[in-house]
Ligand binder design. Sequence first.
Ligand SMILES: Cc1cc2nc3c(=O)[nH]c(=O)nc-3n(C[C@H](O)[C@H](O)[C@H](O)COP(=O)(O)OP(=O)(O)OC[C@H]3O[C@@H](n4cnc5c(N)ncnc54)[C@H](O)[C@@H]3O)c2cc1C
Length: 437
Amino acid sequence: MLPMTATWQNWARTERSRPVLEVAPRNLDQVVLAVQRALETGHTVKAIGASHSFTAIGATDGVRLDMSRLRGLVDVDLERGRVTLWAGTHLWELPAILNPLGLALENMGDIDRQTVSGATSTGTHGTGLGFGGLSTRIVGATLVTGTGDVLTVSETEHPELLPAVALGLGALGILVTVTVQCVPRYLLHAVEEPMPFAAVLDSYEERNREADHFEFYWFPHTSGARTKTNTRLPLDAGTAPLGAVSKYIDEEVVNNAMLGAVVGFQRWVPQATPGINRAIESISSRRDYTDESHRVYITRRRVHFREMEYSLPLSAVPAALRELRAMIDRRGFRISFPIEVRAAAADPLMLSTAHGRESGYIAVHRYWRDPDREYFREAEAILAAHEGRPHWGKLHTRTADQLREVYPRFDDFLAVRDRLDPDRAFANPYLDRVLGA
Ligand SMILES: Cc1cc2nc3c(=O)[nH]c(=O)nc-3n(C[C@H](O)[C@H](O)[C@H](O)COP(=O)(O)OP(=O)(O)OC[C@H]3O[C@@H](n4cnc5c(N)ncnc54)[C@H](O)[C@@H]3O)c2cc1C
């Protein structure tokens, strides 16, 4: 009889599970041993990263592999700008590893709390029509498959598996190391400014094509958007960072403390939401600064929320947003959190939300204590109808049959799964739903 372990809960508090055993391997051999023991005892096995997925993609009642002892740099190929990292390395640990090597990640999402393996396994992305998500920068990996074997995948070893393994949903094996293609360190010049929502929608594609990285937030019930346009600059262009006080006021006071208080208030007085959103939008001001890339990409998110995000063909984004606005008005929802809109380049990864098409991303959020089911259900109906593909780590209700219709290489991925995990050692109910049993 195995000892029961503590209950696991994800960041958003949407999921919990109780593994039968938790193991924290220190090296490749210990990962192999853990998978083999799980197979022998008839348990499933799942690695967990920083538990920042909103879905139950990482939940397990079998053996949980805590990857926190497998962190840091394994190897570097300076000539090609590549680093091999232990899979449990957090994104926030990367500047200390990459800066001395003169390297940086090509693009990043909003936060850096995730692990490199969790982020790549779910297709974590930022914005920028010329750039893909982290998974598109994975050029190699060592994993332990569902038969307990060690497999190395790269451009020269089993290259046909890379488009599946780089974004594998945790369904193909336990990643032990990943090799990331980096770029030379660079700066970002950021311009944040309010603009009319209607004007942003009308020029959405052009804005994305003109900028290196364009995104915007729209507060429901208002007619204004907050845009953020980042331009890449060489490291010697010189920084002009936000002052410490201004950064503190904006990120800690406005984005976290004030937002927390406001959404908490709106929970009890929902009819105040439109007025409060309009007030927040009206005080939104222009900011212009230049800093090292990771400092510009990353913000702190301490107010817990729930999120659904869909990727759409880029050209469908304005129409989908107009439908979302009409739906919110029609249903009388009171939405305190903004809708976030980003973009990414087309890529060839089998289960990438940007597979084969330039993509726009629309993310809807709710405060974690607010009821989200009806709003998300209505939003999902709109987003899915535009050939939408849900983010694998964010809330959605799609099933394997529905997903097969929007992923041309869905069955190729399943064939890789059959090859690497024939007995479904890495299965859980979420994967049963989205991939089939
Ligand atoms: C506040 C917040 C902000 C976010 N911002 C963004 C954003 O800007 N862009 C975006 O795209 N997403 C974003 N996300 C979503 C997030 O990036 C993904 O859900 C990501 O997977 C979280 O990484 P993690 O390390 O927490 O992975 P976990 O949630 O711990 O795990 C995710 C999956 O990866 C698997 N996994 C983890 N480690 C391994 C391993 N070693 N081998 C095999 N499989 C493994 C797990 O089993 C699970 O299936 C955000 C989430 C939050 C909570």
